[in-house]
Structures are given as C-alpha cells and as structure tokens.
Design a protein around this ligand. Structure first.
Ligand code: PDD
Length: 289
C-alpha cells in the first residue's frame, strides 16, 4: 500500500519518478490534469473525467498523446500495483520538454504521468460540523485569459486564493469573477440552497466539476429544483445552506462565510440529503455512520 507513479507507462516508485527540468509543465504549468478517486477500489466517473481531460486539451491545443483506453489501462495498472483500499489518482499530461521558450511547438513529446496515493478523505467533523469559507480578493481568471474550464497545471490563481483563505483561517476560498459574480472555490464548485432549491453558477468561467454534475443529476432525481444561474456574494450570505463539491471532498457543508453564519450555522437538511444520496450513488456507507 502506498504511493506509486507511472511515467509514460512505466511504473516507478515516487522517489525515483523524474521528468526533465526542461519540461514545460515545470517551466510554465503547460500541462493538463485530472483528479480521480476510487470507491471500493473502482474509479468513480472515469469517463466524465476523461471527457473533461480531452476538453482541457482542446482548450490549450494539447492533443492526448495516447488513446483514452490506454490512459485508463495505465491508471488501472498503477492502482492495482499500489494495493491501496481507496486511492487518490492524479493524471497529468505535460506538453513535454524542449528548448526554453514560450512557443508550444518547441516541445513535441508529451508525457503521461499517473500518481496514485492512498485516499485521505476529510475527517468526519468536516461533514458533521461543516467548515468556513471566505470570499477572497484574488479574482478568478478571465475566460479570455486562461479559461477556468480547462484544468491545466497552471493553478497559481487558485494557489493565491488558498493562501489568502488560510491566512483568514478558512477551509476554502471562494472566488469572484472580474464583474463580482461568484465563480467557484479554489478546487471545488459551490452551491447555495434557498427555499429548498439549489442554485450554482453557470458554466461560464468555471471548471465543470464532475461532482457538480452528479449533484445536479441527484437533485433532479430527488425532485429538488436546481438552477445554474449567476450568483453574487449577497446570494451566498442570504442562503439557507451552502456547500462545496469536489472529487476528494464530495459534498462539504459551508456553515460560515467571511465569519458570518449561513442559515442556522449548522449543516442543513438539503446538504445532508444530497450527501447521503451521493454516497449511495457511489455505493458506500453514509459518512457519519
Ligand atoms: N479539483 N473547480 C476547481 C477549480 C477544481 O480544481 C475542482 C477539482 C473542482 C471540482 O471538480 P470535481 O468535482 O470534478 O473534482 C472545481 C480537484 C479535486 C483537484 O484539483 O484536486
């Protein structure tokens, strides 16, 4: 059990896994990636993650160097060799190495890296008590700059947002766009619950979260109205409940925002219902049992 890597199809222990210092992923964040997780040892929503990887590649002009089936086979092989009960899986495709220079054509040998490590889910109190978020000053990248819909290795925007959130003692940073609309968390999507219905920012300047999609789907099945609609910070403060979604954190209640209680200040019934439905969809027991 433990951490294991695969580089271009070769299994390597993490300490021996190396890429060149001339790799553009290192030099410029010129890469794309996905984070998957397993439930009961099986990848969750693998096809949705691979669809998004392909879209990320299209958005930055990086063609996947190997077919999807082979990417999946490499992940499965690394997972099997790791022996973990549950794993976090990071798949990174860099544009490769070449002469130092911005022109992407300087590199023509993309590398495929898989990193598998034991899954470290949030502790139970995160679900039981909820966490605090803050609206940070760092704004989300413009679509016309680095489109947040592409999951690229250039995460400095989110890194700076988390830096600010940690300095303010918050679990997650929520970012606004240039017009002051809510976008998403540093590595999560955000939902508000108002009068029993869900609202979440539209797919315009955010990453299309795989968990977000599953939650919208579950809302439909549970008969909860759900709108993908622009939200301002005032909508978040006025919500009955807030929660974030991400692959590794699933559905986490946000009970305080910028030091103010949201709703009752406790995880709300809609959030809890969705989390139970999500865990059932993933085929595992509820978090607090
Ligand atoms: N982050 N928004 C951003 C900016 C993200 O980085 C992520 C995921 C999400 C949620 O997407 P999903 O539900 O598909 O995980 C939204 C992953 C977990 C990460 O980078 O670790």
């Amino acid at each position: 059990m433990g951490t294991l890597a695969s580089i271009d199809g070769r299994l390597v222990p993490p300490g021996a896994a190396r890429l060149s210092i001339f790799d553009r992923g290192f030099l410029y964040g010129d890469s794309i990636y996905e984070v998957f997780r397993t439930y009961r040892g099986h990848l969750f929503e693998a096809e949705a993650h691979l669809d998004r990887l392909e879209r990320s590649g299209e958005l930055i002009g990086l063609v996947l160097p190997v077919p999807r089936g082979l990417l999946l086979a490499r992940i499965e092989r690394t997972l099997a060799a790791s022996g973990n009960d549950e794993s976090y899986v990071r798949l990174v495709i860099t544009r490769g190495e070449g002469e130092i220079g911005l022109d992407p054509a300087l590199a023509c040998n993309p590398h495929v890296v898989v990193i598998v490590r034991p899954l470290a889910p949030p502790p139970p109190d995160v679900y039981r008590d909820g966490v605090e978020a803050c609206v940070v000053h760092v704004r989300r990248n413009l679509r016309e700059a680095v489109d947040p819909a592409a999951k690229t290795g250039n995460y400095l925007n989110s890194v700076l947002a988390v830096r600010e959130a940690r300095a303010r003692g918050a679990h997650e940073a929520l970012m606004l766009d240039a017009n002051g609309r809510v976008t998403e968390g540093s590595s999560s999507n955000v939902f508000a619950v108002r009068a029993g219905g869900l609202a979440t920012p539209p797919l315009d300047g955010i990453l299309e979260g795989v968990t977000r999609r599953v939650v919208l789907d579950l809302a439909g099945q549970l008969g909860l109205p759900a709108a993908e609609t622009p939200l301002g910070p005032e909508d978040l403060f006025a919500a009955d409940e807030l929660f974030l979604t991400s692959t590794t954190r699933e559905i986490v209640p946000l009970v305080r925002l910028d030091g103010r209680a949201i709703g009752s200040g406790r995880p709300g019934p809609v959030t809890r219902r969705l989390l139970a439905a999500f865990r059932a969809r993933a085929g595992v027991a509820p978090v607090d049992s």
